[in-house]
Write a protein that binds this ligand. Structure first.
Ligand code: F6P
Length: 320
């Protein structure tokens, strides 16, 4: 391996810059050249490829977003597009690519590997929904951002004796909601993995809490359930408690990464570079049981991840 490429793909996540920085500096340290590919697979197809030196990543570790830019690229599912992308890599002398992103991005990496370009994936998503790893870059910053925002909503909610439904991101996964629900002491935590669409349970909980003298009611609702605004209207009508919905949205994806995100991103970036330089391909990096590890992409994509039953039960008990 003489030259590697690095790209970020899918939704951005705080800490991606730390991963890019680690890839660039570790590769150069290993005697390998690095090219940055802008705007994910889309940028690869448009040959938006730049040389990267150590100095190009200085003053980036503390920055949110991704300095390379990112995009979702549905056309990369087509075989002829994948073949063209591999040819572009060869044209630019790129022998291997590190892809920082989520599950969808690994499919692209797998396709490139099939077409002769060595690839390694790094888990970068705020959703924590990648089964082969206990940690994904961006989750820690996102939950801290959301937690602080929910604390603020809680202040005004208590002053007005209102119920607040706060919707957090996570796509189909409830990790952000579960963590914030616990950390913010929410009265109800709604996660898609456990939600039975029985709003009556929430309504009963609010009425019960009111009788006990609680003046506020915080519901953390996961994006995978959604419909927070209409839910608020129904809850207000059924309980008589003024209810407001707040959708936190994209603020959860921005901001300066936490120490944890910077650290894990740095280690994963370095680890991915090392295994790529060793000649490994079609692998994804993970953090499991306190260690950095790597798996075959297909094996990783077939793994299942579930919300811990214990954590869910505890979250329920603590909210009463
Ligand atoms: O995967 C990260 C994420 O922010 C999800 O939580 C959310 O469902 C999705 O990306 C939003 O994607 P987009 O940026 O395409 O709107």
């Amino acid at each position: 391996i003489k030259t590697i490429g690095v790209l970020t793909s899918g939704g951005d996540a705080p800490g991606m810059n730390a991963a890019i920085r680690a890839v660039v500096r570790k590769a150069i340290g290993n005697g390998v050249k690095v090219k940055g590919i802008k705007k994910g697979y889309q940028g690869l197809l448009y040959e938006e490829i730049v040389d990267m030196e150590r100095k190009d990543v200085s003053d980036t570790i503390q920055k949110g977003g991704t300095i390379l830019g990112t995009a979702r690229c549905p056309e990369f599912k087509q075989e002829e597009v994948q073949i063209r992308a591999a040819e572009i890599c060869r044209k630019h002398g790129i022998d291997g690519i590190i892809v920082i992103g989520g599950d969808g991005s690994y499919r692209g990496a797998q396709a490139l590997a099939r077409n002769g370009v060595n690839t390694i994936g790094i888990p970068g998503t705020i959703d924590l929904d990648i089964a082969c790893t206990d940690y994904t870059i961006g989750f820690d910053t996102a939950v801290n951002t959301a937690m602080e925002a929910i604390d603020k909503v809680r202040d005004t909610s208590s002053s007005h004796e209102r119920c607040s439904i706060i919707e957090v991101m996570g796509r189909n996964a409830g990790y952000i909601a579960l963590w914030c629900g616990v950390a913010n002491g929410a009265e109800d935590i709604l996660i898609p993995e456990k939600y039975d669409f029985n709003e009556q349970n929430i309504i009963n909980n609010i009425i019960y809490n009111r009788k006990k003298g609680k003046t506020h009611h915080i519901i953390v609702n996961a994006e995978g359930i959604g419909h927070s605004t209409s839910m608020a209207r129904r809850i207000e009508a059924a309980t008589g408690m003024e209810t407001r919905a707040t959708i936190l949205g994209y603020m959860q994806r921005g901001g300066s990464p936490t120490c944890k995100d910077r650290f894990y991103a740095s280690m994963m970036g370095a680890y991915a570079t090392d295994i790529l330089c060793e000649g490994k391909s079609n692998r994804v990096v993970g953090y499991k049981n306190g260690e950095f590890v790597d798996f075959d992409i297909e094996e990783a994509l077939n793994m299942q991840k579930a919300i811990s039953e214990y954590e869910y039960i505890v979250s329920k008990m603590l909210s009463q």
